[in-house]
Design a protein around this ligand. Sequence first.
Ligand code: SAM
Length: 318
Amino acid sequence: IDSDTSDEAVRATCDDATICKRFASSKSYWKDPYIQYFVRSVGERKAPEINRGYYARVQGVNHLLDAFLRKTHCDCQVINLGAGLDTTFWRLKDENLMPRKFFEVDFPTVVARKIHNIKTKPPLSKPLIETHSTDSLLLDAHSLDSDRYCIIGADLRDISNLDEKLKKFQLNPELPTLLLSECVLVYMTPSQSSNVVHWAAETFPTAMFVNYEQVNMSDRFGQVMIENLRRRQCNLAGVEACQSLDTQRERFLKTGWEQSDALDMMTVYSMLPQDDVARIERLEFLDERELLQQLLQHYSICWATKDKLKLGLSQLAF
Ligand code: SAM
């Protein structure tokens, strides 16, 4: 597979994520009133275990993100790496949990699509305008910069370019910073993803990194998952780093992070608020509980902290 083809396949993964999130939210697994503006139709039915998997992913990531925002009293910034068409900025605005500034990074072509949607859909653009104080809102085809929300087109494998662009848009390294990568690092080689994680540790003295991706990929079920992705020509350069929860944690501990934890998503699922889990389990009948368990055991959330300001970030957990 040549590298342009596989990069294009990687860019297409953001549609998969958005389509699955759109479907699950249309079934009331969680509320997302904004995702409809990024994918028009609800699309074909997804299996209940897929919907539950996305539920665990979205609730799990939101849990750590919201805990960080509360701990820092929103006096912080968030950087979503490989954000795709994610709608978290709008959720945080509605929930009064907006950080000082919310940054997103993705390939320029993905960013251009996202910006086009924002420009042409008032429910998306209104919150940006409302949270912006001057009339100098920058909005061109490849970047958007307002007071509280910024989208940057950049390749995460080119760290110096990434760093330069973020600084150009008033990134403040001294501010407590949450970095998020949701199904992103797996598309890079282990050394490229280590560079990202290392850059983050070097740049931000007070920070938390939350990474969601595949884990336990060396067993048979994992091999089938890899085969399915390869068939779609995706470059899974990073699966080596997804061997185990320990390899997930080590990536952070080896690159300057003070502490790191990782859980598989079956464990996360069992630690989410159980009244809401009971609610979503009533939404659709699932006869093969074992398949759900297998699936959730092959995804993980790993998080790491550095805490120069001694805010107590190492306490953030499930
Ligand atoms: N994080 C979003 C979510 O969970 O809904 C999107 C996930 S999607 C599976 C992976 C995203 O990472 C895509 O939007 C892709 O373009 C982006 N991505 C992968 N490698 C990248 C790179 N080297 N530079 C910038 N973005 C990248």
